[in-house]
Design a protein around this ligand. Structure first.
Ligand code: ATP
Ligand code: SKM
Ligand code: MG
Length: 193
């Protein structure tokens, strides 16, 4: 069976995920939500975004949750939501940027998903996130420095993901198909172990 993203037809087969989900991790602006949605179409799986799910359940925006309850409460809620999403059958999961920093969340994702780190450089991230003021951590006097600090702190942890795909200003379909190719290789190798 061949898979296609939009008009582009690429790749001979769909990865055999053996019931696992695919979870995208990485920093704010890397494209987890945007690419995740496209990837879900290609893999014919449901797409769930943990930030959107948190907003739906709480009926509050992420910014309002941070303001009303503080970051630690948000993180606790996020860990519960990601676990529930991951345990609930195969899908593509777009995680919030900080979700993978939680050790219990990493464990849940190890058990239920193939994790992909969408890696991006500072300029790309800043270009992307500067368009909308929806990310509370970046409502700071020097958001670029905040992002650099997050890169320093988080990249060694994101590096624990099963696969790394470089995010860049390429078509969403192109990045999604790179992920499919990486998944095919990864799953084929796992199956032969
Ligand atoms: N390949 C791409 N080409 C052009 N724009 C893109 C691409 N991928 C994402 N974007 C844009 O970059 C912005 C950030 O993307 P997105 O919201 O998917 O990031 P995210 O990783 O989910 O961030 P967060 O952790 O804050 O949820 C969005 O405006 C999106 O439209
Ligand atoms: O990187 C982060 O810590 C965050 C990323 C977003 O997805 C949201 O989950 C929130 O703005 C926090
Ligand atoms: Mg997102």
């Amino acid at each position: 069976m061949s898979v296609s993203a939009g008009k582009q037809k690429v790749g001979p087969s769909r990865p055999d995920l053996q019931g696992r989900s695919v979870a995208l991790v990485g920093l704010m602006g890397a494209g987890k939500t945007t690419i995740g949605r496209k990837l879900a179409q290609v893999l014919q799986l449901p797409f769930v975004d943990s930030d959107a799910e948190i907003e739906r359940i709480s009926r509050m925006t992420i910014s309002d949750l941070f303001a009303a309850y503080g970051e630690p409460e948000f993180r606790a809620l996020e860990a519960r939501v990601v676990a529930r999403i991951a345990e609930d059958g195969p899908k593509v999961i777009g995680t919030g940027g900080g979700a993978y920093m939680n050790a219990a969340t990493r464990q849940v994702l190890r058990e239920h998903a193939v994790t992909i780190w969408l890696k991006a450089d500072l300029d790309l991230l800043m270009d992307r996130v500067s368009k909308r003021p929806t990310r509370p951590l970046l409502q700071a006097p020097d958001p670029r420095q905040v992002m650099q600090d997050l890169i320093d702190k988080r990249y060694p942890v994101y590096a624990q993901a099963d696969l790394v795909v470089q995010s860049r200003n390429a078509k969403r379909e192109t990045i999604a198909m790179e992920i499919v190719a990486a998944l095919e290789k990864y799953c084929a190798q796992k199956d032969s172990e």
